[in-house]
Each structure stands twice: as structure tokens, then as C-alpha cells.
Design a protein around this ligand. Structure first.
Ligand SMILES: Nc1ncnc2c1ncn2[C@@H]1O[C@H](COP(=O)(O)OP(=O)(O)OP(=O)(O)O)[C@@H](O)[C@H]1O
Ligand SMILES: O=C(O)c1ccc[n+]([C@@H]2O[C@H](COP(=O)([O-])O)[C@@H](O)[C@H]2O)c1
Length: 194
């Protein structure tokens, strides 16, 4: 049987408790053998300006994963062409790890913009997608509601974002409740986002 890997892609600028609670929930309550936190250098739908260096974002994910054996940091996209189209990353992963079965983990917000992704129909043909609830504007496309490759799961909702945290740090707020301790320690030590 192939090992089941759930891919949780993100910019992770920085990774926060919303990401962690979700990734850990999936590892504990789904059939996934591992959840990989894939640090994306450049999301094709986001501006790259004011983004912390890839290696620092990866370092924070790596430090966090040390405490959680089911979660693995991944820098697989660092050496792939940018911006990072998920379709190409998946093709690369399948070639590199033929014994693994890769599913995508996605918030409901991302499912709404999924039709804008490059070759999304091919991604859907080849991979299962696990969708978790998130508050956002707009409707999920009807074709995704009962799609055989899409599983909707329940999970805790922690509605914070990296943008909120970066702004809070800039304003001198205490953000320790929003960040896993190893992540906050690294940010503080390196003086990021101030
Ligand atoms: N609080 C949260 N709970 C669960 N999933 C989240 C949360 N915040 C973001 N995500 C999801 O995690 C993935 C990576 O998120 P990303 O790195 O873009 O974080 P973000 O907090 O949305 O960042 P930013 O505010 O910089 O846009 C995306 O699929 C995003 O939808
Ligand atoms: O492949 C695409 O066309 C595509 C378009 C938008 C986003 N993605 C990927 O989706 C992941 C999550 O995006 P984000 O902005 O919510 O962190 C990230 O890895 C992006 O590269 C991928």
C-alpha cells in the first residue's frame, strides 16, 4: 500500500497556530500517514514584494515540525521554476516518490479560487483534495460540492492570518499566543517584521 501524504502548501510568512492546528488535526483524525508543510517561494496569485526570504520561512516551519513527528517541512519548490504552479510541483513529487500517494489539503477559501489555478482539472483528475472549513466571501462552485475526488472534513476554525500577525508585530503587540513557541523565538531572535 502506498504511503498517504497530505500536502499543505503555503507561503508561511510566518507559519502560525491556525496552520498548525489544522495540519495536526488532519494528521490525528484522517487516514494520512504524514502531512507535509510545503513552503512556496512564490504563489502565482500573490505579489512577491515584502516577502521574507524562503530560507527563513522554511527555518520556522522546520523548527516547528521538530516537535510534531507527523508533520514534515518541505522545501521541494525551492528549486522549481517560479512562480510555483502546484501542477508542476505535483508532477515532480510523483516522479521523485513513486511509492507515495499525494493528496492536497485546501481551505474552502482556496477551493473557491481553485478554478484559477493552472491545469486545475488535471490536478483533480490525479489527486484527492481534502477541504476544511474556512470563512470567506463567495460560493464554492457547484461542480466541487459532490465531486468524488473532493472530501469535505470538519476541523477547528482559527481565523487568524500571517498578515494580521506581521502587522501586530510591527505595532509592538504581544503575539506569543498566535505563534508556536519555536517560531516566535526565531522571529524575535532575528528581529523580523518589526
Ligand atoms: N487560520 C488558518 N486556518 C487554517 N488554514 C489557514 C489559516 N490561515 C491560512 N490558512 C491556509 O493555509 C495555507 C497557507 O496559508 P498562507 O501561508 O497564505 O497564510 P495566510 O495566513 O493566509 O497568509 P497571508 O495573510 O500572508 O496571506 C493556505 O491554504 C491558507 O488558505
Ligand atoms: O498552481 C496554481 O496556479 C496556483 C495558484 C494559486 C495558489 N497556488 C498555491 O496554493 C498554495 C496556497 O496558497 P496561499 O496563498 O493560500 O498560501 C501555494 O502553494 C500556492 O503556490 C497555486
Amino acid at each position: 500500500m502506498k504511503k498517504k501524504i497530505g500536502l499543505f502548501f503555503g507561503t508561511f510568512n510566518p507559519i502560525h497556530i491556525g496552520h498548525l492546528i489544522l495540519a495536526n488535526h488532519l494528521y490525528q483524525y484522517s487516514e494520512l500517514d504524514e502531512v507535509w508543510l510545503v513552503v512556496t517561494p512564490h504563489n502565482p496569485l500573490k505579489k512577491k514584494s515584502s516577502l521574507l526570504n524562503n530560507h527563513h520561512r522554511f527555518e520556522m516551519v522546520w523548527r516547528l515540525c521538530e516537535d510534531f513527528p507527523g508533520l514534515k517541512p518541505s522545501d521541494i519548490e525551492f528549486n522549481l521554476p517560479q512562480p510555483n504552479y502546484t501542477m508542476y510541483t505535483l508532477t515532480h513529487l510523483e516522479e521523485k516518490y513513486p511509492d507515495y500517494d499525494f493528496s492536497l489539503i485546501m481551505g474552502e477559501d482556496n477551493l473557491k479560487s481553485f478554478p484559477k489555478w493552472k491545469n486545475y482539472e488535471i490536478i483533480l483528475e490525479r489527486h484527492n483534495i481534502i477541504v476544511y472549513p474556512r470563512f470567506s466571501e463567495g460560493q464554492v462552485d457547484e461542480i466541487f460540492k459532490d465531486h468524488p475526488k473532493i472530501t469535505h472534513i470538519d476541523a477547528p476554525r482559527i481565523e487568524i492570518s500571517s498578515t494580521f500577525i506581521r502587522q501586530a508585530i510591527k505595532e509592538g503587540k504581544d503575539v506569543r499566543a498566535l505563534l508556536p513557541a519555536p517560531v516566535w523565538e526565531y522571529i524575535d531572535e532575528m528581529n523580523f517584521y518589526r
